[in-house]
Each structure stands twice: as structure tokens, then as C-alpha cells.
Design a protein around this ligand. Structure first.
Ligand code: HEM
Length: 153
């Protein structure tokens, strides 16, 4: 029994060391999460504000957001959910409590082209804040796979 316990403790320690080493870069520096590299919640909030402003001005898709755009409380809640979703998906300390992407967009009839237009608005916002290619690519890589749940038409 004692041996089993000892080997379990050994395995636990090995696991912790592997995780810790896994988060180290070659120079001994701790690898930063995408969330940290983006600049944390203030930077994500600034990007989301700019992104939503671009969506609201985008004639290809803004009709979807007419109700939210006309209701400040609804708009604030929507932006807050986007911030939490991006924060959580990039490894930050947030919990997204909104609907999943299938439920959130059910029945809207969003097309692939409309999804691409929205991603274009996000890229515009990321470029405005000079988010580097690596971080931009990683964030789009997290959002891209959501397309099949969102664009159903
Ligand atoms: C990667 C792409 C997208 C992400 C990450 C995303 C994310 C979200 C999130 C987090 C919500 C809030 C869900 C909730 O209330 O619980 C939402 C709602 C919504 N989304 Fe998306 N979405 C995306 C693409 C799109 C596209 C392409 C359209 C339309 C062209 C769209 C239209 C909407 C609308 C109309 C709402 C409801 C807003 C309101 O009135 O409160 N979304 N989306």
C-alpha cells in the first residue's frame, strides 16, 4: 500500500514537472498564453469595441445586429460575452457563460460569406491595434472551426 502511494506521489510529481517544463521556452522563460500576448482583458476589450463598431457599419451583415445596436444594455451584454469568449479561448482567466455557438446562432440563416465578412471586420480591428501576425493567426485559428456551427445556410 505504501509503495503504491509512493509511486502515485511520484507520478504526480512527474506530471507537475512535465507541465511546468512544458510551459518553459528554450531560454528558460515561461511561455506566455495567447491571452497574455494579446495584452490581456484591456486589449481584448478594445479589440471587441472596434470589431463591433465595424460590424455595425458593415452593410453585408449589420442587419443581424439591428436589435442589439438599438439597445445599449443588450449591446453591452453582447460585447461582454464576446470579451469573455475570446479571453477564455485564448487561455485567460475568464469564464464564458453565454450560449454555445450553435444555440446562439440557431435559425439566423447565416451564410458562409456572411461569416467571412464578420471575420474580415475582426481582422480589421486586430490590424488597427497592430496585433502581430502570429497572435492574429492563433486567434483566427480558434474562431475558424466555429464556422460550421454558426453559418448554417
Ligand atoms: C467567429 C464568429 C462568431 C463568434 C465568435 C460569435 C459569437 C457570438 C456570441 C458570444 C454571441 C452571444 C451569445 C449569447 O447571447 O449567449 C453571439 C450572438 C449573436 N451573433 Fe454571433 N458570433 C460569430 C459570428 C456571427 C455571424 C457571422 C453573425 C451574423 C452575420 C452573428 C450574429 C449574431 C447575432 C445577431 C447575435 C445576437 C446578438 C444580440 O442581439 O444579442 N454572429 N455571437
Amino acid at each position: 500500500m505504501r509503495n503504491i502511494r509512493r509511486s502515485l506521489i511520484g507520478l504526480g510529481l512527474a506530471g507537475v514537472m512535465t507541465l511546468t517544463l512544458g510551459a518553459q521556452q528554450k531560454g528558460g522563460k515561461k511561455a506566455q498564453s495567447l491571452y497574455e500576448r494579446l495584452g490581456g482583458k484591456p486589449a481584448i476589450t478594445a479589440v471587441v469595441d472596434e470589431f463591433v463598431a465595424r460590424v455595425a457599419a458593415d452593410a453585408k451583415i449589420n442587419r443581424y445586429f439591428a436589435a442589439a445596436a438599438g439597445d445599449p444594455a443588450r449591446l453591452a451584454a453582447f460585447k461582454g460575452k464576446l470579451v469573455d469568449q475570446i479571453c477564455q479561448a485564448s487561455g485567460g482567466p475568464c469564464t464564458y457563460t453565454g450560449k454555445n455557438m450553435k444555440e446562439a446562432h440557431a435559425g439566423m440563416g447565416i451564410t458562409g460569406a456572411e461569416f467571412d465578412a464578420l471575420v474580415g471586420d475582426l481582422v480589421g480591428a486586430l490590424d488597427k491595434f497592430k496585433v502581430p501576425e502570429r497572435e492574429k493567426g492563433e486567434l483566427l485559428g480558434v474562431l475558424g472551426p466555429m464556422k460550421s456551427d454558426i453559418a448554417t445556410k
